[in-house]
Design a protein around this ligand. Structure first.
Ligand SMILES: [Zn+2]
Length: 159
């Protein structure tokens, strides 16, 4: 009984923290999204889709596809001004392969960067960088998304 009350209290505390939390986020525990613009709602909807489908962003297939995309995204371009904005954002995306959590060791980059979501943040960022437009998503990454479902979630959030 004590344990149940303890767990219920934890859930209530967490819920009130989440409700008053300022900013945009997705809580997989509460399956709750807080967002304030189309871009942030697309981003958080992608996080929700990711979690609800077995955390696609942590799969080796996803990581390999991202690595391949990063390696070849600029192939064929000779003029930087010809590179689409979303490609620039996805190629220069910081944090790939770095520590997810804040490190206590100042000799590790995540100590200064406050930790990073790496491939998981990349997964959600692809969607807000491309404004949820399947044609703008890099071809080899499209199969990891169901844009109908993600766009429906975003619309349900009012965007
Ligand atoms: Zn995110």
């Amino acid at each position: 009984m004590k344990k149940i009350i303890f767990v219920i209290s934890l859930v209530v505390i967490m819920a009130s923290i989440l409700l008053y939390f300022d900013g945009n986020f997705y809580s997989s525990f509460f399956n709750y999204i807080k967002c304030e613009s189309r871009k942030t709602c697309l981003h958080e909807s992608a996080h929700q889709y990711d979690y609800q489908h077995g955390i696609i962003s942590e799969s080796n297939e996803w990581k390999l596809a991202v690595d391949n995309y990063q390696r070849h995204a600029l192939d064929g371009y000779t003029d930087a001004s010809q590179v689409p904005v979303e490609t620039v954002l996805l190629v220069l995306f910081p944090g790939i392969g770095r520590e997810r959590n804040v490190s206590l060791n100042p000799f590790q980059s995540s100590f200064w960067e406050g930790g990073w979501g790496g491939y998981t943040e990349y997964y959600a960022s692809v969607i807000n960088y491309t404004d949820g437009n399947i044609n703008k998503i890099p071809e080899n990454l499209r199969r990891f998304y169901d844009m109908e479902e993600i766009n429906t979630t975003t619309k349900g959030l009012g965007y």
